[in-house]
Ligand binder design. Structure first.
Ligand SMILES: [Zn+2]
Length: 245
């Protein structure tokens, strides 16, 4: 709460400064975000690490059945995803990332760069090191971060009701202990099992189709009647027969 209040105050000070001096603040200027601060406006044609950072946060807005590439190159798909994000939060949907977009992203992220409603600890109930899986610890953690931003988008689209992750990253030892598949995406850090709550498992499985999850397994798929599994496999595989998927 305190951090949000400081952010709001900063925004007000920036606005007042801009009004007095008569200049428009450059995107991100003077905004000290604990995670990441953008220092320029981004639009189609731009490239760089700041585009990559933007794409990670727009990962949940690729459109139905699509996945937004995180490649540091701002192309038409990034523009479309940005417009969806802007619309979702009531911003002018111009496909240009500037002050309003960045301020919304700052408000949506914690200092460790996770979206406000999800955390690394929720995405890893296996060990504290993210090691022992199918990829390096840093890769597993990065994959989990991308999954969290997709879940944040999905959570917002479903009316800002809680979504609970019951299992995320697993080392081989953790995966074996729960009888996970040998090639499980949980070993890569991008698999997330969701439990029922405000939303049914079918609602979660259906909504996930819009938020960048090529892997969706839910009710009616073997061993998935008590959770909906989402992941970022290569190639699309959706199966939740009870839900009509
Ligand atoms: Zn799973």
């Amino acid at each position: 709460m305190f951090r949000r209040a400081v952010r709001s105050l900063l925004a007000i000070v920036m606005l007042m400064t801009g009004a007095v001096v008569g200049t428009v603040a450059t995107a991100g200027t003077a905004h000290a975000d604990g995670c990441y601060t953008w220092t320029r406006t981004l639009s189609q044609g731009a490239s760089g690490a700041d585009v990559t950072q933007l794409q990670i946060r727009l990962g949940g807005y690729p459109g139905y059945g699509s996945v937004l590439a995180v490649d540091g190159s701002f192309g038409p798909a990034t523009t479309a995803a940005l417009k969806r994000f802007q619309s979702a939060y009531g911003l002018a949907a111009d496909g240009v990332a500037g002050t309003n977009t960045y301020n919304k992203l700052y408000a949506l992220q914690d200092d460790d760069c996770t979206p406000v409603h999800f955390s690394y600890s929720e995405l890893n109930r296996c060990n504290s090191t993210w090691s022992g899986g199918a990829v390096s610890a840093s890769a597993a953690k990065a994959n989990a971060l991308r999954t969290m931003w997709k879940l944040e988008a999905m959570r917002h689209a479903l009316g800002d009701q809680p979504i609970t992750v019951t299992s995320g990253f697993r080392s081989y030892a953790c995966n074996n202990a729960v009888g996970g598949a040998g090639s499980s995406r949980h070993l890569y850090g991008d698999g997330a099992d969701l439990g029922a709550g405000p939303h049914s498992l079918c609602t979660l499985a259906k909504q996930a189709r819009y938020h960048g999850f090529p892997g969706i397994l839910g009710p009616g798929y073997p061993d998935h009647n008590d959770h909906t599994h989402l992941d970022h496999r290569s190639g699309q595989y959706w199966s939740a027969p009870t839900c009509g998927i």
